[in-house]
Design a protein. Sequence first.
Length: 182
Amino acid sequence: MKLVGVSGALAGDKTSAVVNDVLVYARRFDSNIKTELIDLRDYEIDFFNGAPLADYNEDTWNVVQKISSADFLIFGTPIYQASISGALKNLFDHFPEYAFKHKVTGMIATGWSDKHFLVMEYHLRSILSYFKGFVPTNNVFVHNSAFEIDSDEIIDERVSERIQQLAEEMVSLQRGVNNRQA
Ligand SMILES: Cc1cc2nc3c(=O)[nH]c(=O)nc-3n(C[C@H](O)[C@H](O)[C@H](O)COP(=O)(O)O)c2cc1C
């Protein structure tokens, strides 16, 4: 099984660090799992303008293909203006309905306001559900205070435990989805 992580931040390191942690915990839980991190800072994703996928640049095409061929996915976003990042929303706009059918699609978010933990529930979950992804019961909002200031490593043990629980739930759920289809 391949788990692809997508970090929807173009600015700092925190979101991609947490997405990467999910990938690490998933591999620890099941050593057969292959993982790949798509950090949107490393790609020039074209703005969706209604044209077919073949008309966009190579990065856009590659990222859409990597996500489409993953067995399951973890999406991370920084909270911007009480919503997901524009970079992540633009990426989603390149996908057709049913794009995540039979895929577990996990959510993590980073932000500086505790009050915005529900943004994942109301903005990100609705998008993943529209694409027919299975959204796990666990998700993780990571407040900026949980990070070490210089290294952007998570120093709050409880947050790390929640990330681990999310990764383990995602692997278990995806196994169940695959068994049901077999
Ligand atoms: C333009 C902008 C808007 C933001 N809006 C919010 C917000 O509405 N709520 C919140 O909790 N954090 C907000 N933040 C804080 C970021 O979500 C937070 O710093 C996040 O950890 C950044 O992630 P990164 O290091 O991966 O870029 C905002 C940050 C910026 C730059």
